[in-house]
Design a binder for this molecule. Structure first.
Ligand code: GDP
Length: 369
């Protein structure tokens, strides 16, 4: 008997190579009837979504269909990697459809955070990226916080529309969709998946009670996020699992901080001042003299300056140095996508540099908190 080549659930081309890409099916499951991909299998049998991912080009092709539909778009971003996980250009694709920006992983910020200020910050940053938001919801899929507000926002903006959920990988999309499914769908009725017509078939439609759908799109893979570069075993080292404990360092110009072996921050010029590091607690911070930093890294990478291990460090791209002169105005963060940020607390005009693997997005932004 010839093996079936496409999923009977969503229509995606089946493959046995990579569980994280669309269409994955364990080889043994080809004998099951009906032949459906693992993602559809999970939805159908466990009422549960798992995540698959797509590269940027394929993803944009998929997004381009949304503008022509009457849709409510829920864009999930990771607060810890805001600039790295925001889909820039989303506005172009959604047309006049409303967008709810769900800012996930808020549990990672310290308890003292001023949430109104944070919401304004998010709104401002989204606006700078050209994204108009109908609603911004701060939430934590992990803690179940903000869900009621998100569900309220979805209900009040949905009208007679399908809900498209979009986001980068690892932002918490599966966790959130599973929650939407359990709140919205009629669990008596078996969940069926059907293809999203007229596209590359990589989205899964989950029917709601009223004839509309939640459409789950694959997670977009952004190559500039540290979390995409490191080995799986080092993911916890860069992606915090517990609330951040801001680490404050009083530095003089000419001092350097190493974040394990993941990156380096140099204070090159400026008055003595304090810097607050918002990085995963699993990365040990080493302070040293700037003039000794190159040598220290050469001699101790992979051992004292770890993770990553020597072997894994060799697999990452070479470090690239990014220098910034911090301008006037409000307080700034030096942000490293997927690794965290360093808040500058002192006088303006400081010169700093960050060293991280080539390709990782680094930028200066107004302080998050
Ligand atoms: P997806 O790839 O976008 O579907 O994301 P997942 O739901 O699989 O979550 C990715 C990772 O982020 C997992 O390690 C989750 O435990 C973690 N995660 C998801 N939501 C939250 C959250 O609200 N807070 C924190 N701290 N971690 C979260």
């Amino acid at each position: 008997r010839q093996q079936q080549s496409h999923c009977s659930g969503c229509g995606v081309k089946l493959q046995i190579g990579n569980p994280e890409l669309p269409g994955y099916l364990p080889e043994a499951a080809y004998n099951r009837e009906p032949v459906i991909c693992q993602r559809c299998f999970r939805i159908k049998n466990y009422n549960e979504m798992s995540s698959v991912s797509l590269d940027q080009d394929e993803f944009l092709r998929l997004l381009s269909g949304i503008g022509e539909k009457n849709a409510l778009v829920v864009h999930i971003v990771d607060l810890f990697d805001f600039e790295g996980s925001l889909i820039s250009g989303l506005q172009r694709f959604v047309g006049s459809n409303p967008v709810i920006l769900a800012v996930n992983k808020c549990d990672l910020l310290p308890k003292v955070t001023n949430w109104n200020k944070l919401r304004n910050w998010v709104q401002q940053r989204a606006k700078e990226q050209g994204l108009k938001t109908a609603e911004i919801v701060l939430c934590s899929a992990k803690r179940g916080q903000g869900f009621d507000r998100l569900l309220d926002a979805v209900s009040s903006l949905r009208g007679r529309r399908d809900v498209y959920v979009v986001g980068a990988t690892n932002v918490g999309k599966s966790t959130l969709i599973n929650r939407l499914i359990s709140d919205y769908s009629d669990l008596e009725q078996e969940l069926t998946t059907s293809r999203y017509p007229g596209t590359t078939l990589d989205s899964v439609k989950i029917p709601l009670d009223d004839g509309h759908y939640i459409v789950d799109t694959p997670g977009i893979v952004y190559p500039w996020r540290y979390s995409e570069l490191v080995e799986r075993r080092d993911l916890d080292a860069v992606m915090p699992v517990k609330p951040l404990k801001p680490a404050v360092y009083q530095l003089n110009a000419g001092q350097t901080l190493f974040f394990g072996g993941m990156g380096r921050f140099d204070f090159i010029q400026g008055e003595h001042q304090s810097f607050t590091c918002f990085i995963s607690g699993s990365l040990k911070i080493h302070r040293t003299k700037l003039e000794r930093a190159d040598e220290l890294y050469r001699d101790h990478r992979g051992v004292m300056l770890a993770p990553p291990s020597l072997e894994d460090a060799d697999k990452l791209p070479q470090w690239q140095r990014h220098e910034f002169r911090i301008g006037r105005g409000s307080r700034s963060d030096v942000f490293v996508s997927g690794l965290g940020w360093i808040k500058l607390n002192g006088a303006e005009g400081a010169v700093v540099a960050v060293h991280v693997p080539k390709g990782v997005k680094v930028l200066v932004r107004p302080s998050l908190i």
